[in-house]
Design a protein around this ligand. Structure first.
Ligand code: GRF
Length: 187
């Protein structure tokens, strides 16, 4: 008999954590939050909630594989069965992905496969795109190449700056990400 899959949701962050906040506001059972940098503002969002947090800065490890393996160990020790990258700005190594097969999702501020990478909002503006959007997708070893689970378009409007456009995209992300995560944990 197969052991039941653990349903705890682990969230990986690097920055402000508005998508983490959206998960919390939607009552997603966030059971652990890890960052690749110390002092990520996102970590403070769970400081008073009793949710365990940890930072895994690269300088504490011999290489990325060792860092990602330690992060996977820590998540598993907290019963995590689904990992959500919510503004996590490092690629995850295969050693990490193998621990959570088809159970790592990411939110990306573009309509993938358009504008992958770390500058998706700026790239959409620079390309003169009439619309861009938000995508929630499975994470594989590529840069934003995993299977798309949900996406929604966001129009680019005259006078948009990277900041104004990103804010409108984030408003969509904050709705899509909790919806997809909820589907994955009840499936
Ligand atoms: C989001 O736009 C997400 O798509 C991208 O990084 C941003 C993170 O924002 N990967 P936040 O930290 O959740 O506010």
């Amino acid at each position: 008999m197969t052991a039941p899959r653990s349903q705890g949701v682990g969230v990986l962050v690097s920055g402000s954590g508005t998508n983490l906040q959206a998960l919390l506001d939607a009552d997603i059972p966030v059971a652990a939050v890890a960052a690749n940098v110390e002092g990520a503002p996102a970590l403070a969002r769970v400081a008073t909630l009793g949710v365990p947090t940890a930072a895994f800065p690269l300088r504490d490890f011999p290489d990325r594989d060792a860092r990602d393996a330690a992060m996977a160990d820590w998540l598993e020790s907290h019963g995590i069965g689904l990992v959500v990258c919510a503004g996590y700005m490092h690629l995850l190594r295969p050693v990490f992905l193998a621990r959570f097969p088809a159970r790592v999702v990411n939110v990306h501020p573009a309509l993938l496969p358009a504008f992958p990478g770390a500058h998706a909002v700026e790239d959409a503006l620079a390309a003169g795109a009439a619309e861009t959007g938000a995508t929630v997708h499975l994470v594989d070893e590529g840069v934003d190449t995993g299977r798309v689970l949900r996406q929604e378009a966001v129009p680019v409007v005259p006078g948009d700056t990277p900041e104004t456009l990103h804010e409108r995209i984030k408003a969509v992300e904050h709705r899509l990400l909790p919806e997809v995560v909820r589907q994955l944990i009840v499936a």
